[in-house]
Write a protein that binds this ligand. Sequence first.
Ligand code: COA
Length: 258
Amino acid sequence: MDFVRLEREDNGVAILTIDRQEKLNALDMQVVEEIGQTLLEVESESPRAIIVTGAGEKSFVAGADISQMSSMSALQAKRFAEIGHAAMALLDRSPVPTIAAVNGYAFGGGLEIALACDIRVASENALMGFPEVGLGILPGMGGTQRAPRVVGPAIAKELIFTGRRIKPDEALRIGLVNRVVARGEALNAAREIAAEIAANGPLAVRFAKACTNRAHDVDLISGLEYEADQFGLLFSTEDAREGMGAFVEKRKAEFRGA
Ligand code: COA
């Protein structure tokens, strides 16, 4: 991999870093493909959570690579969007929680990566937005679909139609990010959240993610049926016996993910 690094922490948390700093970590076709390949690789290792961040303190991801896109045909652009969708789906649909540590600029495709994650943490110097319409294009890596689901249709439309860049305080107010931390601290804050997640029953967390993902995809009755199924299924796991048994016995649970 030329532009994507993967580190594994002792607690099972994986950190994927997009590192193309000379272009502020902008996404060309190769970077998007490397993100997809890396996510596939890490998924097979059953991590407890995945953190995505950008290298350096200036930029998370400054968007799709405008130079490369400027010479794309319509068919190439569609393919680029599809490859982007596949990579984003690996975050969104990952069985384990994904956390974006937004350490600087998150424009266009950068914001779309963050939106494909379950949780977003931003540093004070982060700037976020969808500049695409100012370039005569539109957010093509899931932004038009995921932004309304996260911040609601009216706010998402304002962001997408104006292309306005917003600061972390506004992002926090509209629910685009979960928390804002000091410059240089986004990754550490994401690590702290990941560590809290990693201390819990891994199967319970996975099933809980699968349930909450359905909240936007299916009607309430179907979602509740799915929740009841997953709730019941967890009672067949060792982890559930261990977790509830440890409470009753007043000791700390030791989860094995089984
Ligand atoms: N695509 C391609 N290259 C990009 C890029 C992008 N999205 N964002 C930044 N870069 C490149 C710049 O062209 C520059 O390359 P160069 O040194 O070879 O000229 C390098 O990254 C540094 O960027 P620069 O513009 O000099 O940094 P800056 O701090 O002055 O400005 C931004 C930072 C993010 C405000 C500015 O680069 C920008 O507006 N980028 C485009 C953001 C965007 O519209 N993204 C959505 C794309 S759909």
